[in-house]
Design a protein around this ligand. Sequence first.
Ligand SMILES: Nc1ncnc2c1ncn2[C@@H]1O[C@H](COP(=O)(O)OP(=O)(O)OP(=O)(O)O)[C@@H](O)[C@H]1O
Ligand SMILES: [Mg+2]
Length: 260
Amino acid sequence: MTTATATRGLVEIHNVRKSFHGTEVLKGIDLTVQPGEVVALLGPSGSGKSTLLRTINHLETVDAGSVTVDGEFIGYELRHGKLHELREREILRRRTEVGIVFQNFHLFPHLTALENVTEAPLALKRLGKDDAAELARGLLDRVGLAHKADAYPRQLSGGQQQRVAIARALALQPKVLLFDEPTSALDPELVGEVLDVIRDLAKLGTTLVIVTHEIGFAREVADGVVFLDDGHVIEQGAPDEVLTRPQHPRTREFLAKVLG
Ligand SMILES: Nc1ncnc2c1ncn2[C@@H]1O[C@H](COP(=O)(O)OP(=O)(O)OP(=O)(O)O)[C@@H](O)[C@H]1O
Ligand SMILES: [Mg+2]
């Protein structure tokens, strides 16, 4: 939810194009996400949602156009009017400003929940061991898992693993948090606990971009809904507008399908 206090996490996407092996999958995307705003990204399979999300933290380079967070390019710098890709080290540093949570959690299997959360702050030398552990305990508490700090991923349910993954993403205090279908791999009874955590984050004023098929959740939590179809943004606006009175036939078709 947009809050008056949110001052960081402005995402500006200008005319972004991306091809794989000659096939264009992002065909000139323009999108602005305000600081603290929660945007739900919807669209059919293959429409480019994950690719777009990945361009925001430079897991994917762009062929044309630009993506900035608070005016800064994540993967590039502007020199003499041209964009140059940054060195890996600098990209890694800037990428920490944009956290990402994947469908399949991607936790380190050989590390405990606590160690999964402390790993990045320690590796980046942001914090000492004790401070990192204290931060991690606080974050695990925030996602309702203080009692699972010493558990390994295999000892946790999917919902619990995803909540650890969210705590891990928060450990670097990102300006923007991206979610790529965070509940799609979960059994239905575990979806709610993960959505509850995301709902709390939305209230705290972190900019969130969430790819999801949970239309009810999008309607309740998102400030804006964006529909992607075949590499284009075909419709965007307030959830009540877009989800209740979609204008574009492809949006109507998609909603009819996911709402059954
Ligand atoms: N690394 C890659 N190499 C080649 N093609 C890719 C790559 N990543 C994505 N694509 C292609 O780009 C298109 C868009 O993929 P993307 O994963 O962004 O879609 P999506 O909207 O996230 O779909 P889904 O809902 O199934 O997750 C697809 O046709 C996909 O096959
Ligand atoms: Mg995807």
